[in-house]
Design a protein around this ligand. Structure first.
Ligand code: ADP
Ligand code: MG
Length: 290
């Protein structure tokens, strides 16, 4: 027997490295008319690297000590920024002490007790009100500034840089063409770093500084304006938006388990260009079904 068009499309999507979870999803993919993309790990490679380690004057910490505390606290986290911090410590041969009482807040950062000291690592604006000039300087250059707070006092900054995926700009352009609408960027990162990256990717509509529930609200707002939104994300912070969207696709290679479970489809190979390819496959299959 010949395979029904939607099932052949699922098989074809598989060849493009996309795992589509059902025929219903395969059909819905072709209906989307708006796209919301996450930044870190989705538009970017998600393998960010620590470029700057800056203890704050008065913290009494050296660079190695600051990085050791931050990496020890970040070790249990699966966030791409956390991996960058741990890798930077390993590359410098630093011994990481055990961390206790680890907690993480999606879109904010992590907290843990390291050697009797409470260490928080995360978004500067959410951890301390006093905007440090160094934060602005790091962010202007497209870096993500991460603040390290020790026992309630800001102790230092880490500058972290991530690269745009090579197929990001082409993917944004294809999605705009396919849906007739310019894709929007939804990110938890700071507005300056987000704007820098969005320009490179060809995105004008940027919403930055979003918590997971803000990403969800942005998608709900688009949907209640009558759009069928395709959300592409990779993080725990994207899960609510992936669940609420008309269709959700997760980046699989470095994606969090929660995102992979929540999404309707998973990009198994690490190519963003598979997203428009799969939408196009769905469109073709739907023409054969009707
Ligand atoms: P995006 O939406 O671009 O994927 P996230 O919502 O995951 O970004 O993160 C938003 C911001 O929250 C980061 O830019 C960072 O400042 C902070 N953050 C979240 N998790 C961590 C972590 N584990 N370590 C350091 N900073 C973090
Ligand atoms: Mg992300």
């Amino acid at each position: 027997a010949t395979m029904p068009p939607l099932l052949s499309a699922i098989a074809n999507a598989g060849r493009h490295g996309v795992l589509v979870k059902s025929a219903v999803v395969m059909e819905r993919l072709g209906q989307v008319d708006a796209v919301a993309l996450d930044k870190t790990g989705t538009l970017t490679e998600g393998s960010p690297r620590v470029t700057d380690v800056r203890p704050l004057p008065g913290s009494g910490l050296g660079e190695r000590e600051l990085l050791t505390l931050a990496a020890a606290a970040e070790r249990p986290s699966e966030h791409p920024l956390a991996r960058a911090v741990v890798d930077a410590a390993r590359e410098r041969g630093l011994e990481l002490p055990d961390a206790h009482d680890f907690t993480s807040a999606p879109g904010v950062g992590v907290t843990a007790v390291v050697g009797g000291r409470t260490v928080e690592v995360g978004a500067p604006a959410r951890l301390a009100d006093d905007a440090v000039a160094a934060v602005a300087e790091l962010e202007e250059s497209g870096r993500t500034a991460v603040l390290v707070v020790v026992d309630g006092t800001p102790a230092g900054l880490l500058g972290i840089a991530d690269r745009l995926r090579p197929d990001a700009a082409a993917t944004v352009a294809s999605l705009a063409r396919l849906t007739g609408t310019a894709p929007v960027l939804l990110t938890g990162d700071n507005p300056r770093a987000a704007a820098h990256l969005a320009t490179e990717a060809g995105i004008d509509d940027v919403r930055a500084g979003l918590l997971p529930q803000d990403k969800l609200a942005a998608v709900r707002e688009m949907e209640s304006a009558g759009r069928k939104v395709l959300v592409v994300g990779d993080g725990v912070n994207d899960a609510p938006a992936l669940a609420a969207a008309h269709t959700g696709i997760a980046m699989g290679r470095a994606g969090s388990d929660l995102a992979l479970e929540t999404a309707d489809a998973v990009i198994v190979r690490d190519e963003l260009a598979a997203v428009p390819a799969t939408v196009a496959l769905s469109r073709r299959a739907r023409r054969l079904v009707v």
